[in-house]
Design a protein around this ligand. Structure first.
Ligand SMILES: C[S@@+](CC[C@H](N)C(=O)[O-])C[C@H]1O[C@@H](n2cnc3c(N)ncnc32)[C@H](O)[C@@H]1O
Length: 701
């Protein structure tokens, strides 16, 4: 290794041996754009809102999302002293590591990526970026911690050591760089991650079932299952391990569980992982099952760690310090910008009981350039509290979502005890009933049912003007319904706007909550969310348009398909009649469509013999679908229906355009116009929207 310091960027040292460079890249255009962004952005600190404003597709999300840091927060106490980051890439994690460490050396083999990383770390006196292959690092360099985040899997391509197995050789080298008492921290995908069984394409090859079926080629990346990974570490002399499970994966973690957490009888994975569905990484796919429904059942069978989507392992040659494993759950809630973002940790205390502690992610939580010093009218307080064991109230709605009879009456029945609890705590005020300010967040997600009755936890917000009962009920039910994911059966409420279902349920339960007050509640909620740091207009759109989605199997006989109507977004939006063969290509060619765009959702409209399917193709994360395809069985589609659908598409596309910031998608054409569709004798039977949008929304809430 012969490092040469760069005149224009003093923290960048490039190996003069060209053989030390590696050919990893996200592509010229992408990396040049990332470089230009980090060159021009003044705020490069961890979680920079300036950088996250540039998120527009998967690469920018990967490089700039503040969620990335959540991977290292649970192990931040290990990032002290002299730290090596192997394969630091474009420096997504480096500024955060540098903040904890005395000295950080980043080794990155791809020169342009090393330059991006060094540019991102340019103000950090304790950090150097060495552009060289890890294999060239002299063994005299030792570290308290060696980080290997998303790198081990590339060993066959970029790490050569004679005839040795590249993974064994890579990890043996990691071991050699550890100072006495040091440890390695490794993050990698699990090739048996649940998401892969649910249809997600393999993260590197982007092909379904690639890792599960062990289709790796020699000299290609490779990922491992839990036992394989721990065996590898053991062989490298790193046999003392602590395993953590980042959800939905190690790239954008929202929840990190200690490996023992899923086995704890009081810890409810359904509650923790409700919002942690696997991201799509720009490759939308049809989800074959709802992961959130599966996790608690895997946990019951001791399988959650084996099917976690990825692993974070702390591995050392000597036993790890006592006390590791007392923190069982790390839960992250991020909002727009840095303000009101928090870490919740559930840990086991000396007596074996669980406790909950909370802390802001950034400073005192009221800082951040876009915070404005704390909103008037509302108080944000993070307090520790005992862990309330019991049945999670929201779990009841998830159970309903799995039953064929999920209708307004069933939802109202489920709401009844919660609404009763609100009524018990309300007092009359003029024509209204009002609740204490801290009840603003008394929603089904924040309640457990125990022998002593309902218990309301996580009272983080207090509204200084007392909220009305109808507002608390409205927002609680609305956001609960929007968190479900997809119903597993088609039912009466499927395809309806959430706001309509909420209104029907509330009218049943609260006589003073008639249809006319809902508009007012929407605006009240928009105002509240603005106080909480959210984009009010985006919230209004969500409130008015989100629908209850259902998951159905798409069944089609190609023979029955003969007309394809394509509504183009750009251009004249003229309708084109295309051949059945094209329909066939589109329908059965779904896996190959990734070269053109990705399936965003599938819907089925059915009436008598007629079947129509639709896809929206999305060429990149958060971009509006390019076009929508409808296929019918050859019977003429009435022009009235086409107009209804086209309007729907246009409306929805407009919404998509304006909602890119929140990163959610609204299924198009949605059945907000189900009534009109019915007039045309079509009934929307089912559709399967990507519900990642709702989940993304949820993480912002
Ligand atoms: C998937 S990226 C992960 C980047 C970074 N750790 C992160 O989490 O954002 C893998 C990075 O490891 C680098 N890399 C892989 N093998 C390497 C090796 N043998 N030596 C140096 N860098 C390597 C690649 O160039 C690439 O930038």
């Amino acid at each position: 290794m012969q490092l040469e310091r760069q005149a224009d960027l003093h923290n960048l040292l490039i190996d003069t041996d060209p053989a030390a460079q590696i050919a990893y890249t996200d592509g010229d255009a992408t990396e040049n754009a990332i470089l230009a962004i980090v060159e021009s952005e003044p705020d490069l600190g961890p979680g920079s809102p300036g950088l996250s404003r540039h998120i527009k597709d998967w690469p920018t999300e990967y490089h700039f999302s503040p969620l990335r840091l959540n991977l290292l927060r649970p192990v931040k106490h290990f990032l002290r002293g002299r730290v090596l980051e192997v394969g630091g890439g474009c420096g997504a994690l480096s500024p955060y590591i540098a903040e904890q460490a005395d000295e950080l050396i980043v080794v990155e083999g791809a020169v342009r990526r090393a330059r991006i990383c060094a540019t991102r770390c340019r103000g950090l006196a304790n950090t150097q970026v060495w552009a060289t292959n890890f294999s060239c690092l002299p063994e005299t360099e030792t570290f308290d911690t060696v980080l290997v985040i998303g790198v081990l899997e590339y060993s066959p391509s970029f790490f050569k050591d004679g005839e040795r197995d590249p993974f064994d050789a890579f990890l043996a080298k990691v071991r050699k760089h550890l100072a006495p008492g040091g440890r390695a921290i490794i993050a990698i995908e699990n090739r048996f991650g649940l998401k892969y069984f649910c249809g997600a394409p393999e993260d590197h090859e982007m092909v379904q079932f690639y890792g599960i079926e062990d289709r790796y080629r020699p000299n290609q990346f490779k990922t491992f299952g839990r036992r394989e990974l721990l065996d590898l570490l053991g062989r490298a002399g790193l046999g003392h391990t602590d395993l953590l499970l980042p959800f939905p994966d190690y790239k954008l973690p929202q929840v990190v569980l200690h490996q023992t957490a899923p086995d704890h009888p009081e810890i409810d994975l359904q509650a923790l992982l409700l919002r942690a569905a696997a991201p799509t990484q720009s490759r939308s796919y049809q989800r074959l099952a709802t992961e959130q429904f599966i996790w608690p059942n895997l946990a019951k069978n001791g399988l959650a760690a084996d099917l976690a989507n990825s692993f974070l392992v702390v591995a050392a040659p000597e036993p790890l310090p006592a006390g590791s494993g007392t923190d069982l759950v790390f839960y992250y809630t991020a909002r727009n910008g840095k303000a009101f973002s928090k870490e919740t940790i559930i840990s086991r205390n000396d007596g074996g009981h669980l406790g909950v502690r909370r802390a802001p992610l950034y400073g005192d939580g009221d800082g951040g350039e876009d915070d404005g010093g704390g909103p008037p009218g509302i108080v944000w307080k993070l307090e520790s509290e005992p862990f309330f064991a019991g049945r999670w109230y929201m779990g009841g709605l998830l159970e309903l979502a799995k039953r064929p009879l999920c209708d307004v009456a069933a939802i109202a029945e489920w709401c009844r005890p919660w609404i009763g609890y609100l009524e018990e705590n309300a007092v009359a005020s003029g024509d209204d009933r009002v609740l204490p300010g801290e009840f603003i967040d008394c929603n089904p997600l924040n309640i457990v049912q125990s022998a002593e009755g309902l218990r309301f936890f996580d009272r983080e917000w207090e509204l200084l003007s007392k909220p009305t009962l109808s507002h608390v009920a409205f927002r609680g039910l609305h956001w609960a319904l929007s968190s479900i994911g997809s119903l597993t059966y088609w039912s009466d409420v499927a395809g309806s706007r959430i706001i309509d279902v909420t209104q029907s349920v509330l009218t049943t339960l609260l006589p003073d909550c008639g249809p006319d007050i809902v508009d007012g509640l929407v605006e009240r909620e928009v105002a509240l969310q603005r106080l909480m740091g959210q984009d009010g207009d985006a919230i209004r759109t969500l409130l008015l348009t989100q629908i209850i989605s259902a998951r159905v199997e798409v069944q089609a006989s190609l023979d029955s398909l003969s007309t394809l109507v394509r509504i183009e977004r750009e251009g004249s939006q003229q309708l084109q009649e295309l051949s059945a063969q094209m329909a066939a290509d589109l329908f059965y060619g779904i896996p190959d469509l990734r070269v053109k765009g990705y399936v965003d959702f599938v819907m089925k409209i059915h009436c008598d013999q007629k079947v129509i399917f639709g896809w929206a193709f999305d060429p990149g994360l958060n971009k509006a679908p390019k076009y929508v395809v409808l296929v019918s069985n050859g019977k003429p589609i009435s022009s009235a229906l086409v107009n209804v659908l086209r309007d729907d598409v246009n409306k929805s596309l407009g919404i998509l355009g304006s909602e890119q910031k929140l990163g959610f998608r609204i299924p198009v054409p949605c059945s907000a116009n189900a009534k009109e569709v019915n007039q045309n004798n079509f009934r929307v039977l089912a559709f399967n929207p990507e519900f990642i949008g709702e989940l993304k929304w949820a993480t912002n809430s």
